[in-house]
Write a protein that binds this ligand. Structure first.
Ligand code: PLP
Length: 363
């Protein structure tokens, strides 16, 4: 069905059966449709290891960024202050949001290939007692670095802060136990590791915290509290919902379960990542990150030499069936290979063979 497969971190390659779900038109206020929404909300809680007594799921129209902005805008009040931990473009986007909304915030940033430092964050939290919330990106898709969620979780518990995690590119592809980690708001979207198509994001929210957010929002459309109140009644979305996308997502959730859940999917992604790193390394490509910082989601690769032209390379690979992703670093020449989506070992091996032939090397 596809002319080429996407090796990009969302939108990504989906199954034909997920796409087929979109061939039907559905009515937003009909019970059949509303029950799909409710089922999705329950399944997402299960994937997060969360119970419906303590947590709820809010779905939000738009791309993933819209869901992050809804959280920032609705859960942080004018009396609060947020510590934003950044080491990539998605963390920096959250800083931008804070500026637009007019939030009191403090940014703590490290180099793109560095983890945030526990002692430095501890120092910040001790020194600035106004801080009420902490936000961090889990897998920074800019580079593929997997940020230390346990460390930030520990500090957040110790200092009793509200913890917001952008797990956009990791949720569904890696195990994240939301209650155990003390995460109050976890954000992800339809078109990443659950392998749906783009059109909405979702928030796994601690009920006790969300219930206290009434009236915080500075915007009508981005009011997470209102969105939840309406949706929680019977599964009807506030405003038009992306019906085709929601149906496809429901199918994608069932297929995740059939694959063996998050452990099986995570193992498949890790295997994809391992093969890319190993095979490309043999022919002179170096990964930007050392193995221990590498997530199974996406791999950033440095250009092998000064003569390397990404455009030419990209077209060569695309003509042979795979679409790569350009780099997002300003100080290094890189490209990226997404390991997620309906992509298997055979695909990755074929890709590596194509890249080898581009360079004129034979295995
Ligand atoms: C994909 C992604 C987002 C959201 O991007 P959209 O283009 O708005 O869907 C946010 N954070 C991270 C870490 C991501 O990978």
């Amino acid at each position: 069905m596809n002319k080429y497969k996407l090796l990009t971190p969302g939108p990504l390659t989906t199954t034909s059966s997920v796409k087929e779900e979109m061939l039907l038109d559905r009515c937003t206020w009909d019970n059949d449709y509303k029950s799909i929404t409710q089922k999705i909300r329950t399944q997402l809680l299960e994937l997060a290891g969360a119970s419906p007594e303590d947590y709820t799921t809010v779905l939000m129209q738009g791309s993933g960024t819209f869901a992050v902005e809804a959280v920032m805008n609705s859960t942080i009040s004018d009396q609060d202050k947020v510590l934003i931990i950044t080491n990539g473009a998605y963390g920096e986007r959250i800083v931008k949001m804070a500026k637009y909304i007019g939030l009191a915030y403090r940014e703590y940033s490290t180099a793109y290939d560095e983890y945030p430092n526990e002692e430095e964050i501890r120092h910040l939290l001790k020194e600035d007692e106004d801080i009420t919330h902490i936000v961090m990106v889990h897998c920074e898709t800019t580079t593929g670095i997997l940020n230390p969620i346990e460390m930030v979780s520990k500090l957040s518990k110790e200092f009793e802060k509200t913890l917001i995690i952008d797990a956009m590119s990791s949720f569904g592809g890696m195990e994240i136990n939301v209650p155990e980690l003390g995460i109050d708001y976890l954000i992800s979207s339809a078109n990443k590791c659950i392998q749906g198509v783009p059109g909405f994001g979702f928030v796994i929210a601690r009920l006790e915290k969300l219930m206290a957010c009434e009236g915080n929002s500075r915007s009508l459309s981005f009011d997470l509290y209102d969105q939840w109140k309406e949706m929680d009644k019977d599964g009807k979305w506030r405003f038009t919902s992306p019906t085709h996308v929601v149906a496809a997502f429901s199918k994608a959730l069932d297929e995740l379960d059939e694959e063996g859940g998050i452990p099986a999917r995570s193992a498949r992604y890790q295997n994809n990542n391992r093969i890319v790193r190993e095979r490309l390394n043999k022919i002179g490509f170096q990964a930007y990150l050392p193995e221990e910082k590498q997530s199974p989601i996406i791999t950033t690769i440095l250009f092998p030499n000064d003569q390397f032209e990404f455009e030419h390379f990209y077209s060569f690979v695309k003509e042979r069936g795979y679409v790569l992703y350009p780099g997002k670093l300003t100080n290094e020449n890189t490209f990226r290979i997404g390991n997620i989506g309906e992509i298997y070992e055979e695909d990755i091996k074929e890709l590596c063979t194509i890249i080898e032939s581009y360079l004129g090397v034979k295995e």
